[in-house]
Design a protein around this ligand. Sequence first.
Ligand code: ZN
Length: 256
Amino acid sequence: MRVLIYSDVHANAEALAAMAEAAAGAYDASLCLGDVVGYGANPNQTTAWVREHTPVVIRGNHDRACASLDGIQWFNPAAAAAARWTHAQLEPANLAWLQTLPAGPLPWENHCLVHGSPLDEDEYLMEAVQAAGAFAATPARCIWFGHTHVQGGVALLQSGGESTLETLPSAASAAGPGAPPAVRRFPLEPGARYLINPGSVGQPRDGDWRAAFVLLDEEQGWVEFHRVPYDLAAAQARILEAGLPMKLAQRLAAGR
Ligand code: ZN
């Protein structure tokens, strides 16, 4: 079975369409790690697509904020403005679906799905030192997380009673306009455990503007980090047309 894993779509319909096209026919199941909406200008389109195509979805902090305006006081002004705008735009069925999304951690087969970390859906897992706490919080072989919008992760390798952390190779690069798709595959080692972020579909922050996602094949023993270009200018134009803060359009180009 091949699995599509993605996160942080953030109402970017153009980026989501690029992922959908690139991954079409390549997966049997799909998992979403939250933040379907917030920041971007197409919350109804992205919510409808995820509802239709991904049966396993956990909520992100922006889904929570946009659905119920809960936690909005912790957001920066641009994020809070976008959350209020999104709440007003959402059609009743999409709003209701977002309000009922489960919070992580959610077990799925021998995996654990979280938005921030297994300990806190709002925690940003940025440092290797935080990995130990995440691995201790669940027996799952693979922990999948989003929230930081940075593609990558670590492997916890065991040998001779010693455990070591190894950084995984993401597909991110300083890709300019017109950059082609990129893929980095790494093998799943027997006995190892993994903490993996597929990156953000709709608002990457690892210096690469291209939409990010992961394909997993446990039978064949590999994970692929993907980056695909999308219609950036169209996504930016929609943000400006909607009257959302200009910086939300500008940051898409910088991948920050
Ligand atoms: Zn997010």
